[in-house]
Design a protein around this ligand. Structure first.
Ligand SMILES: [Zn+2]
Length: 339
């Protein structure tokens, strides 16, 4: 089968890989219906993370082709969605809703789902079957649930977005944009999108942003304060992962407010004194997408949300290298790979 391998920064190739087989009785094999390139795949692509011949991809939807002897909740033929972290969904951490830190967690990036087939470990805990075979036009949205929607949703929940709250969102990539959608669904009264790109501002408004701030850093913080009677937002979503974005998020939050941070942290160091004075709640990390999957799948199935519109470029798997280039050069927000 064909799959994406990253040989080094900027060097992505679609190559012949071993067809996956059942290794553990808890495994399932799926035939991918679609996969995609994640903003976090750009870290190694740009040389910020080490990479040397790694299979790529951790987002996936597809049809089960084979299951191990111990698998009971999905069967061959089921259309399934899973999270970017495989989890047993039974340990204490999972039951508390933190499946991305399951005691048996397997990061799906290690499997590499930018491929025709993938082995899904811990299939019972990881995969959620859709109510039936989806219409073709639902596939991008279901794929979004696998990571970017689930991550944006967790960020909004971690930031305690809800009725009566003003939510600010730092980062206008796919996760930030879907954090806006999540905040809106959770009932937020006002949503401030921090973005300086016209096309992303438009999508932000479509998803529910009421205000746009195009300043960054301290100027962006000032603007959020002006919009909130000098207090800052109740809830702030951080969806970038840099020092600047994290501090922008913390400083945009009012005393007693909540920051939900989901941008993969790169060299972020928090100043203790400022944090002490800020009196904000910080909660974040790799999103436990599995917690939200049943609800998100139903919202998509019922056509109540349309997160798939974040995909603004669709390419066949064979052209994955062009997809990476397009995202790296910001010609695309999110690239869907058809398999
Ligand atoms: Zn677990």
């Amino acid at each position: 089968m064909r799959g994406v391998i990253m040989h080094g920064p900027g060097d992505v190739r679609v190559e012949e890989r071993e067809h996956p087989v059942i290794v553990e009785p808890t495994d399932a094999i799926i035939k991918l219906a679609a996969s995609c390139i994640c903003g976090s795949d750009l870290w190694p692509y740009r040389g910020a993370d080490e990479v040397d011949g790694a299979p790529m991809g951790h987002e996936y939807v597809g049809v089960v082709t084979e299951i191990g002897d111990a698998v009971t909740t999905v069967k061959p033929g089921d259309f399934v969605v899973g999270s970017f972290m495989a989890s047993d969904n039974t340990c204490e951490i999972c039951r508390a809703g933190y499946q991305s830190r399951c005691v048996h967690v397997v990061p799906m990036g290690r499997v590499g789902t930018q491929a025709e087939y993938a082995r899904i470990p811990l299939a019972d805990g990881t995969l959620v079957a859709t109510p039936g075979q989806p219409d073709e036009d639902l596939i991008p949205s279901l794929l979004a649930a696998s990571d970017v929607l689930g991550t944006g949703w967790f960020a909004a929940v971690a930031a305690e977005a809800g009725p009566g709250r003003t939510v600010a969102v730092v980062g206008d990539g796919a996760v930030g944009l879907l954090g806006i959608l999540a905040a809106k669904q959770l009932g937020a009264e006002r949503i401030i999108a921090m973005s300086r790109h016209a096309d992303r501002q438009e999508l932000a408004r479509r998803f529910g942003a009421t205000d746009i701030v195009d300043e960054r850093g301290d100027a962006g913080v000032e603007r959020v304060k002006e919009l909130t009677d000098g207090l800052g937002a109740h809830s702030v979503i951080e969806a970038v992962g840099t020092q600047e974005s994290m501090m922008q998020a913390i400083r945009s939050t009012r005393h007693g407010g909540h920051v939900g941070f989901v941008g993969v942290s790169h060299d972020v160091e928090l100043p203790g004194g400022e944090l002490f004075g800020s009196m904000v709640h910080l909660h974040g990390g790799p999103a436990p997408v599995r917690r939200f999957l049943p609800e998100l799948i139903q919202l998509i199935w019922d056509r109540k949300i349309d997160p798939g519109v974040v995909f603004d470029l669709t390419l066949p798997l064979a052209e994955a290298a062009e997809g990476y280039r397009a995202m790296d050069e910001r010609r695309a927000t999110k690239v869907l790979l058809t398999v």
